[in-house]
Design a protein around this ligand. Structure first.
Ligand SMILES: [Zn+2]
Length: 189
């Protein structure tokens, strides 16, 4: 990796430029409404080219840190991080939990059922079409997204936490002023 390969963090959704199949739509919309199409775009050559692929990679990375607002139904103290996947039929918002080990244990109840982390990339794990649709709907509910919310709102829900994290990482810690020292100096004669 050279310095030239550095890409700035996207600040808005990716709207298709050349796609006849998804006119006027965005990657963000597909990600949470038609995730199989979203992942197909990642895997197959497409006329949108490199800029689209880079944006998909960005969304997948940012999608590991989505701004989940829905609280764990068990402890009601921390946001949901996992969905319980019990044989396909019981995929619901109620069967979810935070990352607390005791909440995980309660929801699994010794069943050995799989817990799937609520990350954008994990939508791929729901193979059956009906499960995928259910999972997309649960993701949207966890992010407090309404059906009327457009691409910009979805972009914010998926990426805001990650972008904030990156901005903080890029800030130089050396610049931070030490205000507390001034107070101490004032008290010394
Ligand atoms: Zn919990």
């Amino acid at each position: 990796m050279t310095e030239k390969s550095f890409n700035p963090i996207p600040s808005e959704p990716y709207f298709f430029k050349n796609s006849k199949r998804y006119p006027g739509q965005s990657l963000e919309y597909l990600a949470l409404n038609n995730s199989s199409a979203f992942f197909t775009l990642k895997d197959r050559p497409h006329k949108e080219g490199d800029s689209m692929l880079k944006h998909i990679d960005f969304l997948l990375t940012a999608g590991d840190y989505m701004d989940i607002k829905h609280m764990c139904p068990i402890c009601n103290q921390k946001p949901v991080k996992f969905l319980l996947f019990r044989n396909s039929c019981f995929l619901t918002l109620n069967l979810s939990c935070c990352n607390d080990p005791s909440c995980k244990e309660i929801i699994q109840n010794g069943s050995g059922d799989r817990l799937i982390a609520v990350k954008l990339r994990n939508l791929r794990q729901f193979v059956k079409k009906s499960n995928k649709k259910k999972a997309e709907s649960i993701y949207r509910q966890l992010l407090f997204l309404r059906p009327s919310d457009g691409s910009y709102r979805v972009f914010e829900a998926i990426t805001s936490k990650y972008r904030k994290k990156m901005e903080e990482t890029n800030k130089s810690p050396k610049i931070k002023p030490k205000k507390s020292n001034n107070k101490k100096q004032l008290r010394c004669f």
